[in-house]
Design a binder for this molecule. Structure first.
Ligand code: PHE
Length: 316
């Protein structure tokens, strides 16, 4: 466990006021089921909202290790189709085996198939956010996409080095030389200082989630990420220090393998910069890119109604 990171994320969660906009479908008529499912390495936790007749939506969360919580605004789509969320291994309510070597990209890809098998999801529409978009791209590039009818890639990247370069530009553009201060504190090994935490928070409030106060579900995911072994091993200590197993991943040359109708979404201030999304748009035949004004990475929490409405049109 990286205590510095836990402290920072818990600090963020604590400073956010409780109870942001209620964004989760709570209609009494919408059935909700949950359970555990076996996957390579342990068991994940899943939740299925709704029972409509349309093709189920399977949702892949980011982080890796952020849990499903911040994506719950998508449950609004459950009035027409089942929406399935799951916490990937190593975070949230899933098992968190402590053997670091199991947290690989390939295991996560195999996990998607295990979840589809356990929940009988032969036909799906698929949404991946952030790391979840990488996972969806990898899954489809490996030819696992049978029965995947449509694809949404949100806050998306086809290459970690490309996204890291974009985040470096955002860090350099922070006010008051905050980027340079961050780097200096890192070089002095002061990642556990209050000053460092405040600078990380500044970046997150601009480029990760701009809602004030932070919605409850986002707070929950910040808390989950702070405790997640998957985040530490696969991503790194924070959003812009990518030292984990995903650091060299790059599928830019293979995007033509994706045949599904694809919608790409991002926010104007997304920590995953616009060029990453344009690369995907240019690589996936016939795909469409939508940029949400005033939003950042967690656009489904920042403008849940607009976001859900756009997805509804795409899935129709
Ligand atoms: N940490 C990001 C997420 O929320 C994913 C990411 C990885 C972004 C690498 C940029 C570079 O999933």
């Amino acid at each position: 466990m990286n205590l510095d990171r836990r402290r920072i994320m818990q600090g963020l969660a604590a400073t956010a006021a409780v109870g942001g906009p209620a964004s989760v479908a709570r209609a009494a008529s919408v059935p909700v089921e949950q359970g555990m499912a076996p996957v390579p390495g342990g068991r994940i936790w899943w939740k299925r909202v709704g029972a409509g007749r349309k093709t189920p939506l399977l949702v892949l969360h980011g982080g890796p290790g952020a849990g499903h919580n911040y994506l719950l605004p998508l449950a609004a789509l459950a009035d027409e189709r089942p929406v399935i969320f799951y916490d990937q291994l190593g975070c949230g309510r899933a098992d968190s085996p402590q053997d670091e070597s199991i947290y690989t990209i390939q295991r996560s890809v195999d996990e998607v198939d295990a979840v589809r098998k356990a929940l009988k999801l032969d036909r799906i529409v698929l949404l991946g956010h952030s790391w979840g978009s990488m996972l969806a791209i990898e899954y489809l590039c490996q030819g696992r996409g049978e029965g995947v009818e449509k694809l949404v890639l949100a806050g998306a990247l086809a290459s970690t080095p490309q996204a890291v370069a974009g985040m470096q530009r955002l860090l350099d553009a922070l006010p008051d030389n905050a980027g340079a201060k961050l780097k200096a504190l890192e070089q002095q090994g002061k990642q556990d200082s209050k000053e460092y935490a405040a600078l990380v928070e500044l970046f997150y409030a601009r480029h990760l989630c701009r809602s004030k106060p932070l919605p409850r579900e986002v707070k929950q995911s910040y808390d989950i990420v702070g405790k997640s072994i998957a985040y530490r091993v696969m991503n790194g200590p924070n959003e812009f220090t990518i030292t984990g197993v995903i650091k060299d991943w790059d599928r830019r040359k293979d995007l033509g393998l994706i045949k599904q109708p694809t919608l790409i979404t991002t926010g104007e201030f997304d920590e995953v910069t616009l060029d990453c999304h344009e690369t995907i748009r240019d690589g996936v035949p016939g795909s469409e890119l939508v940029v949400f004004k005033g939003c950042s990475h967690m656009l489904m929490d920042e403008k849940p109604k607009e976001y859900v409405a756009r997805l509804r049109r795409f899935f129709a």
